[in-house]
Design a binder for this molecule. Structure first.
Ligand SMILES: Cc1cc2nc3c(=O)[nH]c(=O)nc-3n(C[C@H](O)[C@H](O)[C@H](O)COP(=O)(O)O)c2cc1C
Length: 273
């Protein structure tokens, strides 16, 4: 198969997915001596037209894991993707709990869009809800795994002729399991869907939070106000130079604490070829 380009394609609110996807795609472009492109569809203005690819491209396609699945707010956009027979590598990045059925869901989405999946991976990134859970990941050890993955994928891609079978990945096949549900001490589901960050007195009105919100939901005229949904992606919290955004919701804070206390083991990347 004649390849021309490797393309890093990602949604990444707090940049962990972006880092891994770029490491893999950049490495593959080097190993296969192909040109390199990047499509970042994190912000709403980048999602006004559907993604479109072409034969001869190798797409490294990354999303974070939200509630054990591909972020559901992206589904309406992702199903419009026109793959046009390009090759693809689904990559999910999760916050040290589990990726559940996110990778199999992303693989299926890409295959349905007429992309042919040749390899896949699940990596770990600092949790969107925390500065301590999987702190600093992906780290050097993760990038070393990504580099090894690049070598193996490059070898596989060089040998491909014709249309490959969809790559095997871990997960429960469609209709998948339900979305992961956080629970309180008594086992009662905690519903954090309506929770939004608050803004403290350190806010100096720089409006960066409004600029980085993937839902475009923070009013740039008054960043204390929300004009749309909050997906708890962590962008406004982690990217605020004044640390002016915070959560006060009891259910959210309980879930955050539970994750930080309960998930001390280091989850490791998983590769599928
Ligand atoms: C709403 C939401 C749900 C999440 N659900 C999970 C999950 O089920 N399992 C997990 O390990 N991490 C989960 N995470 C953490 C992210 O997958 C993780 O931090 C990822 O690295 C974020 O990627 P990004 O930096 O590209 O935005 C969740 C994050 C958010 C915002």
């Amino acid at each position: 198969m004649q390849l021309r380009t490797v393309c890093a394609v990602y949604f990444s609110a707090t940049d962990t997915t972006k880092k891994i996807v770029k490491q893999i795609a950049g490495g593959l472009a080097g190993a296969l001596q192909l040109s390199y492109q990047e499509v970042d569809f994190t912000l709403p203005q980048a999602r006004t037209t559907p993604l479109e690819f072409a034969e001869g491209q190798l797409i490294v396609f990354g999303t974070p894991v939200y509630a054990g699945r591909v972020p559901n707010v992206l589904l309406k956009y992702l199903v419009q993707t026109a793959g046009n027979g390009a090759l693809a590598i689904p990559v999910v990045v999760y916050g040290n709990r589990d990726y559940d059925d996110a990778l199999i869901e992303l693989r299926d989405l890409l295959e349905k869009s007429n992309l042919h999946t040749v390899a896949a991976a699940a990596f770990i990134g600092e949790h969107s809800f925390s500065k301590t859970l999987a702190a600093g990941r992906p780290d050097g050890a993760d990038f070393a795994v990504a580099d090894r993955f690049v070598r193996d994928v490059a070898e596989k891609v060089r040998a491909i002729s014709g249309i490959p079978e969809p790559v095997y990945v871990k997960g429960t096949p469609y209709p998948y399991r339900g979305y992961y549900q956080p629970r309180d001490r008594k086992g009662t589901p905690v519903d954090i869907r309506k929770v939004k960050p608050l803004t403290n007195e350190r806010c100096d009105g720089c409006k960066l939070c409004a600029a980085v919100c993937p839902m475009g939901s923070i009013d740039p005229g008054d960043v204390r106000q929300y004009t749309g949904i909050c997906i708890k992606c962590g962008a406004c919290i982690k990217k605020c130079p004044q640390q002016a955004k915070y959560y006060a919701d009891e259910g959210y804070l309980y879930h955050q604490h539970e994750l930080e206390e309960g998930l001390t083991r280091r989850a490791e990347p998983e590769l599928f070829l």
